[in-house]
Write a protein that binds this ligand. Sequence first.
Ligand SMILES: Nc1nc2c(ncn2[C@@H]2O[C@H](COP(=O)(O)OP(=O)(O)O)[C@@H](O)[C@H]2O)c(=O)[nH]1
Ligand SMILES: [Mg+2]
Length: 356
Amino acid sequence: MKSVRILQNLSAVISSHTSINIPATTLFLHLRTKSTCLPARAICSFTQRTNENSSYPAAIQRGKTKRQTGCLRLRALKPFSFSTSAMAKSKFEYVRQFETQDPCLPNTWIVIRLDGRNFHRFSTDHGFTKPNDERALHLMTRAAETVMNDFRDIVISYGQSDEFSFVLKKSTMLYSRRASKLMTHIVSQFSSSYVFHWAQHFPDQPLQYPPGFDGRVILYPSNKNLRDYLSWRQADCHINNLYNTCFWALVQQGGMTNTQAEERIRHTFSADKNEILFSEFGINYNNEPEMYKKGTVLVWKKVEETVTRTCRTAEDPVERPREVTKLRKKVVPLHTDIIGDVFWEEHPDILEEECF
Ligand SMILES: Nc1nc2c(ncn2[C@@H]2O[C@H](COP(=O)(O)OP(=O)(O)O)[C@@H](O)[C@H]2O)c(=O)[nH]1
Ligand SMILES: [Mg+2]
């Protein structure tokens, strides 16, 4: 009865826009919706009003409606008093107007690229092998896979060195296409995953300090623009890798200082670097690992998965555990060329999405 009386008071507060004091106790109210005169709508409205007001964070939480019993649970966490008319808008509310909306243009590819902060130092401090550290590259890929599994509107990702680009489908409505939301979520998820999986990839190298990643959002209106963007990143990977492979061969195997090696290859073309590698160090650049030369492309692949389900079949009406095969989307890493047409012909679904 006490519960019902309090709820009636709350109902009166809602309709009259007056205020009420609730004692400093933790309050659990259980009522059968059928037996009370307070409509569930009023309770919802009350909690909504309360939650809307940032001056009383979590003052009241509405418990789950239990369908089976028809119970509603209200919990007052702290003592408070309020006026519902003042609650709708506090005098501080106007500051929200300073927030800017930053939705991405509709019907455009949304690319989010992140890049390791000061990884030149980070790679030295953590003993990355030069010019490429397989563990570090796999860790980047692992973090990117986590991001793709969390944000399934990402249709393709590409990574090299300390950077990763994520492409969201043109029609995505994730976070209402808000640029800052998309970018911060993806970058923070990547960063935490990088740290989370660190020990697995670097079992003998403790993390010295927390790494960070910057992020940017780029919109591309056409498929050609998007392909050119990805080609640009992969060409960058190739150019840097050829340079670094040559540079570190001159230093590590040729005994040059960093300055001497830099001077030696400063004005050379790709063919010259290939020649230095081959003639002086017996390295055929073509035989270098594909992951180093091409970077990592992450795409979705439909794979068959066998799981055990308790079910019946047309032939056997008795429910029992059975092995069923279903199709599942899985992220797969590829170290392949994405500049030419072959990759896009083999994966037509990535670009085929039609928008309005
Ligand atoms: N040794 C080594 N260094 C790497 C590797 N991947 C990335 N790096 C370092 O990370 C840097 C990334 O470049 P950039 O983002 O321009 O530099 P930042 O501003 O210092 O992060 C490279 O210049 C390398 O110094 C790797 O596999 N091995
Ligand atoms: Mg960087």
